[in-house]
Write a protein that binds this ligand. Structure first.
Ligand code: HEC
Length: 140
């Protein structure tokens, strides 16, 4: 009996640690996106001069980041917390679809290889709108 209680508490500690890691990992993953957006947004708003190489570096970093998005590892069952809405686990298919759309739009922006502000703004708007729409639906 005592052994069972110890085993159960070790198990509970284990899952708590795993979900704390998942929250930390997904927030770190999202922070990488935020860092690239700090380069891209002022350029898109014409507050900083257009720089094709800087834009491509940031877009490629977002593409690499998107390829590392691992929903099973970052949002495992039982890892509710952080700013993740419970809706993620209630509507995992919708969350995955939002992620796939985002990744497709990032790839399209890289493939467009924008060489001037106008063509960058055209692909950037579509890509960046995914951040807001997913956050609105699935972030607290
Ligand atoms: C498919 C859904 C989805 C997309 C697309 C998405 N995010 Fe997020 N993001 C989330 C969720 C969910 C959280 C909350 C994570 C948590 O705290 O558990 C989050 C959190 C964040 C955070 C806060 C991280 C922290 O330290 O707490 C930042 C910054 C962020 N996202 C930036 C972005 C940017 C920039 C984009 C677009 C380039 C983006 N996200 C696209 C779902 C998404």
């Amino acid at each position: 009996m005592k052994y069972l209680a110890i085993a159960a508490s070790v198990f509970l500690l284990g899952t708590a640690a795993a979900s704390a890691d998942a929250i930390e990992d997904r927030q770190a993953h999202m922070k990488e996106r935020g860092a690239q957006m700090q380069v891209l947004v002022p350029i898109a708003q014409a507050k900083n001069p257009f720089d094709a190489a800087a834009v491509m570096d940031a877009l490629k970093a977002l593409e690499e980041n998107a390829a590392k998005m691992d929903i099973e590892a970052f949002w495992p069952a039982g890892s509710e917390g952080g700013k993740s809405s419970p809706k993620i686990w209630e509507d995992m298919e919708g969350f995955k679809a939002a992620n796939e759309k985002y990744e497709a739009d990032v790839k399209a922006a890289v493939a467009a290889n924008p060489q001037d502000l106008g063509s960058f703004q055209a692909v950037f708007g579509a890509m960046a709108s995914n951040c807001g729409s997913c956050h609105e639906a699935y972030r607290l």
